[in-house]
Design a protein around this ligand. Sequence first.
Ligand SMILES: [Zn+2]
Length: 115
Amino acid sequence: MSEKHITVKEVTLNNNCPECYNNKGLILSFQQQFIETRFYKSITAKVNHKLACKVCNTTIYPVQWNEDIERVVAYQEKAFTPKNPSTYLKKISWVIIIIVLVLALSLTILVFYPK
Ligand SMILES: [Zn+2]
């Protein structure tokens, strides 16, 4: 089973970077947890957000945020709509389901209509 976080939305902020003071590099990205197993793929409701500066290539952790950044992030969080959690069954799961159904059906037929 693998767990990934996929970026579903990216917003460029006009705030100054706490590291390099540039106001063109801050990018807030929203990531949703994505689980993949042999049988299914699933997008969960778990959302993370991450602030990074592409000018100085630094991840800006919440401890470094100033009031302005906090306000903008809070606003963007409200404006963000996550993807609906959903699960997709892979082909192998459908094959197993069909085999089980066919077996159950044959069993039912054997029980109710013995030769
Ligand atoms: Zn920076």
